[in-house]
Design a protein around this ligand. Structure first.
Ligand SMILES: C[S@@+](CC[C@H](N)C(=O)[O-])C[C@H]1O[C@@H](n2cnc3c(N)ncnc32)[C@H](O)[C@@H]1O
Length: 198
């Protein structure tokens, strides 16, 4: 159990209450940069669960044509758009989906992305009977492993490992690569603690 979970229990609250509303976990910049280092997109990009734009802002630095939306109004992109009922096709879809709807986001993303779909998912999403069936028909073209656990909320002691799962139309074999993100994460933490101290 993480230190933050223990503290929360001491306050008499349920650990489940720690879950962010509507699964809002903004992605650290270095995670999005790892995707862009190991996969090149061609054409328009849609970030359909953009939150406060943490991921979209990095995408926009590298690609000229990025559109953003979210179900919830978080002051960024177009609000009130439910990705799961959308019918809009676009060349590329990239997001860190709400984890409780991750499977539905994969299925919907495969329908709507005409070239590539990239989702940041817990690494355990490589396993599971239902997912294995889906991957048999739609194997990801690339899996980019993030070797360090990802601290989305900056609480310390993150619990889960993630990978970018990238599906590309017409590609049936899977390549796996390990992103070199350890230094990026250490640097990020050093920078934010020196900002706090200084
Ligand atoms: C894990 S956060 C990721 C935010 C952003 N993509 C990032 O990486 O910083 C997931 C986001 O999905 C949004 N969301 C939840 N259900 C959704 C749906 N059905 N359609 C679109 N967005 C949804 C939430 O409001 C939240 O902002």
């Amino acid at each position: 159990m993480t230190a933050i979970n223990e503290q929360y229990k001491l306050l008499g609250r349920k650990v489940e209450d720690l879950r962010q509303k509507e699964d809002f976990y903004p992605t650290p910049q270095y995670i999005t940069e790892a995707l862009l280092e190991y996969y090149q997109f061609k054409g328009k990009i849609w970030e359909p669960a953009c939150g406060d734009g943490r991921m979209a802002e990095v995408l926009k630095k590298h690609y000229p044509d990025v559109v953003c939306s979210d179900l919830i109004d978080r002051g960024y992109g177009k609000a009130g758009i439910d990705f799961l009922t959308s019918t809009t096709h676009v060349e590329n879809i990239i997001t860190n989906p709400p984890f409780q709807l991750a499977y539905e986001f994969i299925v919907q993303g495969l329908k709507l992305a005409d070239k590539a779909l990239a989702l940041l998912l817990p690494i355990r999403y490589l396993t599971g009977k239902k997912r294995a069936k889906l991957y048999a028909d739609y194997p990801p073209a690339k899996v980019i492993v993030i070797p360090n656990k990802v601290d989305f909320l900056g609480f310390g002691s993150p619990a889960m490992e993630f990978a970018w799962f990238v599906w590309e139309k017409g590609v049936q074999n899977t390549t796996i690569v390990w992103a070199d993100t350890h230094d990026a994460d250490t640097k990020r933490k050093k920078n934010s603690s020196s900002r706090l101290l200084g």
